[in-house]
Design a protein around this ligand. Structure first.
Ligand code: AMP
Length: 871
């Protein structure tokens, strides 16, 4: 292999750009940038930064999601001689403010969307707004700027990690540190310019340095792992394979959830957390190199690696070339074979230290001369390990309270410190519990100040404003006092564990007290598979979703004998309220069709009609992403209580819902929307409103197809001809679509089609789950629900679509999974006279409410509502 010169990180890119100018450097969906294009754009940005005063040792913060421009901007920062500080856009504004101030960054690089989200907490910082300022670069030279006085000891990037003092700490990495890492990585990974690497890590992780810069250093293609790809769940393997990714670096947790293989992978790197042998063995395949890599941010990405096979136990292996790794005892002496000790890392990749933290830097970065007779810098990792007889290193665990959850490095003290700032908290302890193997959860135990009043959602909200969401505990437990050890310290081992909490949960301040609360908490625990349940905790915040909601309501009816409305979970989604409603039977019988999903807010309300699955909970996450000032009411079918008779026509249903709305809202102007069949009901409601001289400010149909209604008014021979014609098109569409798919997708598509044909024949499905993955069977539903379903189906089949004089907004699912006669406007233009505005939502018909599509959907919907309200 050619011996590489020591060089700046940006020079690695430039060298690749000189050799492979036309190779795609960055691919983001349909967007592509070659090495030459990327290099030219980065040069322009570097000129811009230099004009703003950037140069060696100056910093900028990059607060953006993974997207093509991020890497161009990073490269531009380096070319200007400065250093970048990458942040995840999900972090709270308070933390962004802290990092901007702590690092004295010159500029905050971000986007409109993020600025809107973080306002008004985000302070005024000098900005480079991607949506506004990118245009400004066009007039600047695309040649490499000359930066004087650069040295390899200059700062390259700063990564902020969780800090024990309650604030994150900035780890400062220099060009020489990263240069040493890239040289090592190029030796151990046989990657070349033909590879395609996925960039799936948050850019705030130093693991992203591996993905981005190792790829660029060899002229390979970096494929942006958008949120959509990274959260595609059971589609992940297929998506990655379809993108032909050959280089994947990830945390083991990611692939532990992926059942199918990804045949395109040639280099697979696990890192960031413990990798179990079972997982490693499953992913080792002929023709693929699988690695376990270990290393802290402070030693630049990774310090050790092991090449895995499908037999041997997983180790963290040996030092990366250019790194020195030792295992030492308390006296800083190397331990012998099989003895445990702390991992100490030396070599050119050891970071400069922690920004503005001289003492902590001195504690963790030691200069030791007794190993080599000359002083050398080492980093004390706090990780325990031992050598195996073959001389490889086995990882044992941490010496302190730092934990890794789904790859995130978290200091539990930082959470404790943030929580202690809450005025109602006298004392708190945060631990990590693993109730099921692989399911690590953060639990906070809190002792309140005397007479302090606060509820759990208040604590959760308080923390969410201070720390990233992955650090917010998933459960809070109130205690009168903490158990102590004989010498007066908090006895963490004696904190109520799952079993004790379950048996003796009345000891908890917010534990169940009454008989109904105790029965309910046992049912909730079983359904949610969580054993600590305070009676004020919210069903959805504890992981509840619409399928679980149905199971919960059915189980409560079976075990307690009371039929609760599903919609109770919207505004009374905790055990305390539910128990009150059960104990006070009169209220439960009040099964109105109008359900407040979010009743508060200063904007005009939106009325959302249920889809064919009848379940309003489908809208739960969508609503949570709408503007906090946007009230939303749901309309659920009559007859869900098993007492009232369901209505028989769409016209009757619409009239009935309008009556319900008029009882609470006589404003005369209404905004309506509905999903699938709910779109037809909303449409009929709008028509009735207009004909009774009311105003419709907004009518939204969510993936509703206009001609999914009755054609009974047509003569029989036309109807038959239409149906034959439709069947013919369906067959052609399905065949064409099938052949366009990859072999893996073909299997899935085929299975999906067989399933839907079976369901049509047996009429045995209901789609309740927003993810659209686990539809249930009608036969499992109580009889009264079955009756409501059938009545609604019949009503739609009888409905003849009338004309409507107003305008509609059609929200179309981008992934079409079935034949649609008119795929552009779904046939609405024929009957809508005021115009059809078309908006695309990522996902298929059944996944438009699933994350991450729900968020985008909500943003688009809110924009339309706001625009229409202004008119
Ligand atoms: P970070 O600085 O975010 O990269 O986290 C570094 C820490 O993650 C290390 O100090 C270890 O505790 C842990 N870690 C990283 N890689 C591994 C691995 N392969 N096996 C076990 N723990 C790991």
């Amino acid at each position: 292999m050619e011996k590489l010169e020591h060089q700046f990180l940006d020079h690695y890119f430039e060298k690749s750009a000189a050799i492979y100018p036309d190779v795609i450097a960055i691919e983001h969906g349909v967007k592509e940038y070659t090495y030459a294009e990327t290099n030219a754009m980065a040069n322009r940005f570097a000129h811009y930064l230099i004009e703003k005063g950037m140069g060696p040792e100056e910093k900028v913060v990059i607060l953006l999601p993974r997207c093509a421009e991020v890497y161009i901007l990073m490269l531009g920062v380096l070319k200007s001689g400065g250093a970048y500080i990458p942040l995840d856009p999900e972090i709270p504004a308070e933390r962004v403010n802290f990092i901007m101030e702590d690092s004295e960054a010159k500029i905050l690089i971000t986007s409109n969307e993020i600025l809107e989200k973080l306002a008004p907490v985000l302070k005024l910082h000098p900005l480079f707004n991607l949506d506004k300022h990118l245009e400004d670069l066009k007039s600047l030279p695309d040649t490499r700027p000359l930066v004087m006085n650069r040295t390899l000891n200059d700062l390259c990037y700063i990564i902020y990690t969780s800090g024990t003092t309650g604030k994150p700490k900035g780890v400062m990495l220099e060009h020489r540190n990263v240069d040493n890492y890239i040289r090592g990585a190029q030796i151990i990974y046989p990657i070349d310019s033909t590879y395609r690497a996925l960039q799936g890590f948050s850019i705030s992780f130093d693991a992203s340095v591996e993905e981005i810069w190792v790829t660029f250093s060899v002229g390979a293609t970096l494929v942006v792992g958008t949120y959509d790809i990274m959260r595609s769940g059971d589609q992940f393997a297929a998506r990655v394979n379809q993108l032909n990714i050959s280089f994947l670096s990830c945390i083991p947790t990611l692939l532990s959830m992926v059942d199918e293989d990804i045949p395109s992978l040639k280099i697979l790197i696990f890192g960031g957390e413990v990798c179990c042998s079972e997982l490693a063995h499953r992913w080792c395949k002929p023709g693929r190199l699988v690695y376990n890599t270990y290393g802290p941010t402070e030693a630049t990405v990774i310090a050790t690696y092991a090449v895995l096979d499908c037999q041997n136990a997983v180790k963290i292996g040996k030092a990366l070339p250019g790194y020195e790794v030792l295992i030492i005892n308390d006296q800083l002496e190397p331990v012998g074979e099989n003895e445990e000790g702390e991992i100490l890392i030396g070599g050119e990749s050891i970071a400069r230290g922690y920004l503005h933290q001289v003492e902590l830097t001195a504690q963790k970065f030691l200069t030791i001369d007794h190993f080599k007779g000359i002083p050398e810098r080492y980093y004390r990792t706090g990780d325990m390990a031992r050598y195996s007889p073959e001389g490889e290193i086995s990882f044992i665990g941490r010496m302190d309270s730092q934990v890794k959850i789904r790859g995130y490095r978290i200091e539990l003290c930082e959470i404790e410190s943030a929580l202690s700032e809450h005025p109602a908290v006298r004392d708190n302890v945060v631990i990590v519990m693993e109730d099921m193997p692989g399911n690590k959860r953060i639990i906070a135990y809190v002792v309140k100040r005397d007479n302090a009043i606060t509820d759990l959602s208040d604590l959760r909200q308080f923390l969410s404003a201070k720390i990233p969401v992955y650090m917010v505990p998933s459960a809070f437990v109130y205690l009168d006092e903490f158990p102590l050890t004989p010498n007066g310290k908090i006895d963490r081992k004696a904190l109520p564990s799952h079993v004790e909490t379950e048996v003796d949960s009345t000891n908890l301040k917010n534990g169940p007290q009454t008989e109904t609360e105790i029965s309910l908490s046992a049912i909730w625990s079983e359904i949610l598979q969580i054993r600590i349940i305070g009676i004020d905790e919210n069903f959805f915040e504890m992981g509840g979703h619409s399928i679980l909601a149905v199971m919960l309501i059915v189980k409560i009816e079976k075990e307690i004998g009371v039929r609760l409305p599903l919609a109770i979970l919207f505004e009374h989604g905790n055990i305390r309220d539910m128990a009150k409603m059960i104990d006070n039977q009169t209220k439960i019988n009040n099964w109105g069709s109008l359900v407040p999903i979010k009743s508060k807010g200063s904007k005009p309300p939106l009325y959302l009609v249920h889809g064919a699955g009848l379940n309003l909970l489908l809208y739960n996450t969508l609503v949570s992403y709408l503007d906090p000032e946007q009230p939303v009411f749901g309309l659920q079918a009559k007859g869900l209580d098993g007492i009232d008779e369901p209505l028989g026509t769409i016209e009757e249903i619409a009239a009935y819902y309008l009556e319900e709305i008029y009882k609470v809202d006589q404003s005369g102007t209404y905004a309506l929307a509905g999903f699938s069949m709910g779109g037809h009901i909303a449409y009929e409601m709008a028509r009735q409103l207009v004909s009774s001289n009311h105003r419709v400010s907004f009518l939204g149909v969510f993936d509703t197809i206009a001609d999914d209604v009755s054609d009974d008014y047509l003569p029989i021979f036309i109807r038959i001809a239409r149906r034959i014609n439709r069947l013919h098109h369906q067959i052609i569409w399905n065949t064409k679509t099938f052949f366009k798919k990859t072999s893996h997708e073909k299997d899935e598509f085929f299975a999906y089609k067989i399933k839907s044909i079976k369901q049509r024949i047996t009429k045995d499905d209901y789609t309740l789950h927003p993810e659209g993955v686990s539809e249930g069977k009608q036969s499992e539903l109580p009889k009264y629900l079955h009756k409501v379903h059938k009545a609604n189906d019949d009503a739609l089949n009888r409905y003849i679509l009338p004309e409507y004089s107003g305008k509609i907004h059609l929200f179309r699912a981008l992934d079409q999974t079935f034949y649609i006669k008119d795929p552009i406007d779904y046939g609405w233009s024929e009957c809508v006279k005021g115009g059809v505005s078309i908006l695309n939502i990522p996902g298929s018909h059944s996944r438009i409410f699933a994350p991450p599509n729900d968020k985008l959907f909500a943003e688009t919907l809110q924009k339309c509502l706001d625009e229409m309200n202004m008119n």
